[in-house]
Design a protein around this ligand. Structure first.
Ligand SMILES: CC1=C(/C=C/C(C)=C/C=C/C(C)=C/C=C/C=C(C)/C=C/C=O)C(C)(C)CCC1
Ligand code: FE2
Length: 525
């Protein structure tokens, strides 16, 4: 996800503090101070230097103050020093970059309706020897540039379909939608450090993939895939390691997904295999997915792409999607090395935008043998698509103290690999532990695809209308939470301490508190 990510307020995690939707981040911590004590005891905060307004806004008696969460950035770019309260661990050297929707107003006239419509804003925080500097900058997508020039959006965004003015426009739209030309290229969902030093940003349209300069945050060029795999849409969260980039390309014409891999250093995606969908009439919305060491897990939920909406340039029940519970819910497992689908099971109805992790489970009696099942965790909304409507901007801006955030849990699928037709879905941890809110999740990346224990996410300190709490979920025992009144943290990102062997040894909470727009405030002065 990722939510809107504009104001850097950072806390390193004390023992109690939980230490990653939308965006991925890059950090290059160097082992400069391996003798440094683990920063466990004192919280530490990084903020722009001119923060009075911000501090006021965050204050307990801020009832009359104008809070800036979910409002547009006021400047296209800014950079400067960040003040640090407390102490940053000296081993933390590197650059953290993330993006998300950050500008929802274009021209005097037009304001977007949904959180996911916003034009992408990059935020960078660089850490060096206990000091921090920050920057933010708009990504110069064609969608953003055209909207800025014309004072209104010209391309289709998440909830916005430019109205055709006449029959010719309508025909043009039809052609545009078939070719993908009418869809946005606004890359507001993820930042991906490709294994070769290039940094990509993207969202769910294939044409949105763009390269950025991690130092200046400048938009460099569109990322051109040199293959002929096509695909108008893609997952917003490819799984990227130092050696590869794995993603799924939903096939809207013949419902299914192409599972593809691109090697680091290459621009050519190669197909691993194809999974056919079981329900119809189109694939389930695929924002993210999960992998184990051997397998790729392809989810198929009842919130499905609406081909009619896309072709007719009209909004469906859920914008580009429709909720079709009768079409069923399925999970598919593909072997990464052979491209064969090794399991395709029906599961209870689910609604999940973000997948957390997955791993292979061995049969009790055959340790080390062939896996008996694949376990897949996700931020699950009790099979209810209401979360989509919960994220429209007027609700986020108006109902701050109302308890209107739909419940969510860590949903755990168990997919048998013995040919059984059904899979299970259960709740992995008592949802009260994280306030029945759970999204914008991350893990220690070393545990990707392996049996793991900790999830870092945003939970809910209720009453609230959006996840407002950092939560470290220990899937074996409990959750540990951090909340500050009025603040809206972004997806936490875990940085391992150099030399760490324990899964949760590192603890850095990045809390981009867009409550107070610290960077804008500083930049304006
Ligand atoms: C997929 C298509 C399009 C665009 C889709 C976009 C821009 C999707 C963005 C999704 C995001 C940012 C999801 C974030 C989720 C955050 C959650 C669940 C937070 C929960 C909090 O509790 C169109 C361009 C619309 C058209 C073709 C298809
Ligand atoms: Fe996301």
């Amino acid at each position: 996800m990722a939510a809107s990510l504009l104001i850097p307020t950072l806390r390193t995690a004390p023992a109690l503090s939980p230490p990653r939707c939308g965006s991925r981040e890059i950090t290059h911590p160097r082992n400069e101070a391996s003798t440094a004590r683990r920063a466990r005891s004192r919280p530490c905060r990084v903020r722009a230097t001119t923060t009075l307004q911000a501090e006021d806004a965050a204050g307990d008696n801020g009832a009359t103050k104008q809070l800036s969460a979910f409002t547009s950035v006021r400047q296209e770019r800014w950079q400067g020093d960040l003040a640090v309260d407390g102490r940053l661990p000296l081993w933390l050297n590197g650059t953290y970059i993330r993006n998300g929707p950050g500008m929802w107003d274009v021209g005097e006239e037009h304001a977007f309706h949904h959180l996911f419509d916003g034009y992408a804003t990059l935020v960078r925080i660089s850490f060096r020897r206990g000091r921090a500097t920050g920057a933010h900058r708009q990504i110069e997508s064609e969608a953003y540039k055209a909207a800025r020039a014309r004072g209104r959006p010209l391309l289709r965004e998440f909830s916005h379909c430019p109205a055709p003015a006449n029959l010719l426009d309508r025909l043009g739209n039809l052609v545009g939608l078939v070719t993908g030309a009418a869809l946005t290229d606004n890359p507001n969902s993820a930042v991906l450090p490709l294994g070769d030093g290039r940094v990509m940003c993207l969202t769910e349209t294939t044409k949105s993939s763009v390269l950025i300069d991690p130092d200046t945050l400048e938009t460099l060029e569109r990322f051109r895939y040199t293959d002929r795999l096509g695909g108008m849409v893609q997952s917003a969260h490819p799984i990227v390691t130092e050696s590869e980039f794995l993603t799924l390309l939903p096939d809207l014409a013949r419902p299914g997904h192409l599972v593809v891999r691109m090697e680091a250093g290459s621009n050519e995606r190669k197909a691993i295999g194809r999974v056919d969908c079981r329900g119809g009439p189109s694939p389930g919305w695929l924002h993210s997915f999960a992998v184990t060491e051997k397998y790729v897990v392809v989810p198929e939920m009842p919130l499905r792409y609406s081909s009619a909406s896309l072709l007719k340039s009209e909004l469906a029940e859920f914008y580009a999607f429709e909720w079709l519970p009768a079409s069923g819910s399925y999970m598919h497992v593909m072997c990464k090395s052979t491209g064969k689908t090794v399991a395709s099971v029906e599961v209870p109805p689910f609604m999940a935008i973000h997948f957390i992790n997955a791993y292979e489970e061995e049969a009790d009696d055959v340790p080390g043998g062939r896996p008996a099942a694949v376990v897949v965790d996700c931020c699950e909304h009790y099979g209810d698509p209401a979360i989509i409507e919960a994220l429209v901007l007027n609700r986020l801006r108006s109902f701050r103290d109302k308890d209107v955030l739909p419940n969510a849990r860590v949903g755990r699928f168990r997919i048998p690999l013995d040919g059984s037709p059904f899979g299970e879905l259960e709740t992995a941890l008592d949802p009260e532990e994280h306030g029945r809110g759970m999204d914008m999740c991350s893990i220690n990346p070393v545990w990707l695809g392996r049996r793991y224990r900790y999830v870092y996410a945003c939970g809910a300190c209720r009453p609230c209308n959006f996840p407002n709490m950092l939560t470290k979920v220990d899937l074996v025992e409990k959750a540990t939470n951090w909340h500050e009144k009025g603040s809206v943290p972004s997806e936490p990102f875990f940085v391992a301490r150099p030399g760490a062997t324990d899964e949760d040894d590192g603890q850095l909470n990045l809390c981009l508190n867009f409550l107070a727009k610290l960077m804008c405030v500083a930049g304006c002065n």
